[in-house]
Design a protein around this ligand. Structure first.
Ligand code: HEC
Length: 145
């Protein structure tokens, strides 16, 4: 009896907390700012539109820098994701920035996040600046306080 009661409480608590976090907006790239499916789609699009210059592993080639870890993630530290998105939107691919749509670039950015070990979540990364600017890019996971 006691055990069943405990299990029931645990199940209810899990259900409640997951529906609660579903409804909550994502404020940080560490909170799951894109979906796994989106990043998988983004990988294909990255290979199509970006890899010729940045490399198939994002390792960087000549002038085109790596888009992974270190200098890259710190370049955008403590800024809204809209800033990085705007940079990609207005200047990348370097040879044809207008040739790739916002939606495609949002999926590519989702892939970039997954390659930089930011966790996936339940909501797709949006492509609207007004929504992107509410999500903060922190190079390191902020500590709870
Ligand atoms: C024709 C070559 C080329 C292509 C294609 C290209 N890039 Fe770039 N990218 C560069 C070069 C060169 C730089 C560095 C010089 C500059 O910023 O203009 C750069 C810089 C960047 C930066 C800034 C890096 C940093 O350290 O902050 C980002 C982000 C970026 N590219 C993303 C992308 C994405 C996403 C795509 C695909 C949609 C893409 N690039 C396609 C050549 C390219």
């Amino acid at each position: 009896m006691n055990l069943i009661y405990k299990l029931l409480v645990i199940t209810l608590a899990t259900l409640l907390s997951s529906s609660f976090s579903n409804a909550q907006a994502v404020n940080n790239v560490w909170e799951g700012a894109y979906t796994e499916e989106q990043a998988m789609n983004g990988e294909r699009l990255y290979q199509e539109h970006c890899s010729a210059c940045h490399g198939s592993q994002m390792q960087g080639i000549e002038e085109a820098p790596t888009l992974k870890q270190g200098a890259f993630i710190y370049n955008w530290d403590d800024l809204g994701v809209d800033i990085l998105f705007q940079r990609i939107r207005t200047t990348m691919p370097l040879d044809d920035p207008r040739g790739v749509s916002r939606k495609i670039k949002a999926d590519i950015l989702a892939y970039l996040m997954s390659e930089n070990n930011f966790p996936a979540g339940k909501i797709k990364l949006p492509y609207q600046n007004s929504r992107l600017k509410r999500i903060k890019w922190n190079a390191q996971k902020p500590t709870d306080d």
